[in-house]
Design a protein. Structure first.
Length: 585
């Protein structure tokens, strides 16, 4: 049998002084660790002559009154991990951005889950050739103050120099650590310019220079990772406290239990922030635990699908008007198994193929997600032209049912390439559904003679290991948070990509990438299909499925910004919650 080892959570000992730095505001005993390096026209119809009825007076309907937001109250939101620090740019998981998203501003933001609007800027424009973006900052955005732990720029106005510094930091041009979520913008910024493609024009104006038109830059800039820091802010500084200008400030925390964020009265749009506090309630143990917490009112916002046992309870509460539920395609769009092709045993492409063939995607969907998931390849399935349909995917080797043919081929490969079997460590994350994902994959691998010990670790431990290619095999996902093929390839598959945990390196894909991004329609879809085939020829990753996400909240929660994946937006851009209010206060 496979074994499960729980990796200890590791934090920097010197951070124990941080509580004193934050003073009485903090409830915890230590600070977080730093982030690792048409409407149709009416149709005319023919009619026969009929008597014209006598018109009667009708009352003009009175529009329903629009509820006016109320100020006050506390909102309790489900969270799954302590943040690893206050470095939003390097927050590599939604488990962290749900915290840091409250604390910062970006140049642009997604206020309602389906649009792009100015945030720290009063206006922006794009040149006729699409290569120069000009941003004009507001004149009233101030960085937050923490009197018990003052910073050099507390209370000062945000400047163009701050924005330029932050964009360069996102791209890894400041400290050689690119943002895993937003850093891929560097693939389109003209880094060869003397100013590295980002320049201060005056105190409140900056410009970004691109090598080619890239409209999706806006989708990167609205992400909760694309935040603006004061010029000179370092990753070490962001261990001890936030350096943001956001709607909420850190009030206190109890590690492993709750983090509290309070409305900042100095926020530049303070009259548009309604909640007094937002409390992030840390819950681990899977959907059974988070469901109970939501159904019993321990959280006002739940972020997990109901288990099979709880579905009727959720349906009844919806019918009674007590809660609102929304299931949408998840951003963990390509779940599967990573294989490190830089060292044995998976520098052998035949063994990578055996793993791919052994994994039962249909069983995975039913067992891990109770059917609430869909099969995926190297780019997700769906309605966009560059997605394969589910019907097409289920016909592919590794996906087709029954599994007999694929399992027989996998066993044949193992008998030839590793007749004694393999003893490996399979790394996985220790929260959410990740342990269940790992256990299912371990059981599948056992069938072909690969016996794994599962090592579960928090994100702060797992991500550095994957980034350094310090693993043999891992069960984890790839995330698409701008819902674009540019992100999927630019973040994971091109050489040097910020999340290329596969150590994948293919010159043809690297050369095709900018041309694919610039292409449109059928031409782009054809290029994506060709690039994906190259991935299949190599199999550095065994893709499996993408699950649905569920956002559930009580009916007194108003103006909750549901992200719209169909319009290219994910919940990595809606964690601020400044516009949310409670109708029961």
């Amino acid at each position: 049998m496979f074994k499960v080892v729980w990796f200890p959570r590791v934090f920097v000992p010197s951070l124990s002084i941080a509580i004193g730095l934050l003073g009485a505001a903090a409830c915890g005993s230590a600070e977080p660790t730093p982030a690792p390096t048409p409407t149709l026209a009416p149709v005319a119809t023919a009619t026969t002559a009929v008597a014209t009825p006598t018109p009667t007076a009708t009352a003009t309907p009175t529009p329903a009154p629009v509820a006016k937001p109320k100020r006050g109250g506390i909102l309790k939101e489900q969270a799954s991990e302590d943040p690893n620090g206050f470095d939003a740019q390097n927050a590599t998981t939604a488990a962290w951005t749900i915290h840091t998203g409250k604390l910062y501003n970006m140049l642009l933001w997604n206020p309602d889950g389906k649009s792009i609007a100015p945030d720290a800027v009063e206006s922006y424009s794009i040149s006729a050739d699409g290569k120069v973006w000009t941003f004009k900052l507001r004149g009233d955005v101030r960085f937050q103050s923490y009197p018990d732990n003052p910073g050099p720029r507390d209370g000062t106005l945000m400047t163009a120099a701050d924005a330029v510094y932050s964009l360069k930091k996102i791209m890894g041009l400041v400290d050689q650590v690119a943002s895993a979520r937003s850093g891929w913008m560097r693939e389109f910024v003209d880094l060869d310019r003397p100013d590295e493609g980002v320049a201060v024009i005056d105190e409140r104006t900056l410009q970004v220079y691109l090598t080619q038109p890239f409209p999706d830059l806006a989708k990167i800039l609205i992400l909760d990772n694309s935040v603006i820091y004061p010029e000179g802010t370092t990753r070490d500084m962001l261990v001890k406290r936030p350096y943001g200008s956001g709607a909420f400030k850190l009030k206190g925390f109890q590690r492993g239990s709750m983090w509290t964020y309070e409305r900042d009265p100095a926020y530049f749009k303070a009259d548009e922030v309604y909640l007094n506090e937002i409390r992030e309630v840390i819950l681990q143990g899977g959907r059974a635990i988070t469901n109970v917490a939501f159904l019993t009112g321990q959280t006002d916002i739940g972020r997990d699908l109901p288990t099979a046992d709880n579905r009727s309870l959720y349906r009844n509460m919806v019918a009674e008007g007590k809660i609102v539920t929304n299931n949408v395609p998840g951003t963990c769009t390509v779940q599967g198994v990573y294989m490190n092709s830089t060292k044995p045993p998976f520098n052998n492409p035949k063994l990578r193929k055996a793993v791919h063939l052994a994994l039962d995607r249909k069983g995975y969907i039913e067992t891990v997600y109770s059917g609430d998931a869909v099969p995926v390849t190297y780019v997700p399935s769906g309605k966009l032209p560059w997605f394969l349909t589910e019907e097409e995917i289920w016909k592919l080797p590794g996906y087709r049912q029954p599994k007999d043919q694929d399992l027989a081929e996998a066993k044949r490969i193992m008998a030839e390439e590793a007749p004694q079997g393999l003893q490996l460590t399979l790394y996985a994350r220790d929260s959410g559904n990740y342990p269940a994902m790992a256990e299912f994959n371990a059981g599948n691998l056992k069938k072909i003679g690969i016996d794994v010990t599962i090592s579960l670790a928090p994100s702060s431990v797992l991500f550095p290991r994957l980034t350094a290619w310090n693993y043999e095999i891992a069960s984890y996902c790839m995330t698409m948070i701008t819902i674009t093929a540019a992100e999927q390839f630019g973040g994971y598959y091109i050489t040097g990509a910020s999340r290329n945990w596969l150590a994948f390196n293919n010159r043809e894909i690297d050369e095709m990438y900018p041309r694919m991004v610039a292409a449109e329609g059928a031409d782009q879809a054809a290029m994506i299909r060709k690039m994906e085939q190259i991935m299949w020829d190599y199999i550095p990753y065994a893709p499996m499925a993408a699950s649905y996400d569920s956002f559930n909240y009580y009916s007194f929660v108003k103006d909750y910004p549901l992200a719209s994946p169909a319009n290219g937006f994910s919940y990595y851009s809606v964690n601020r919650l400044s516009q949310v209010w409670r109708s029961d206060v």
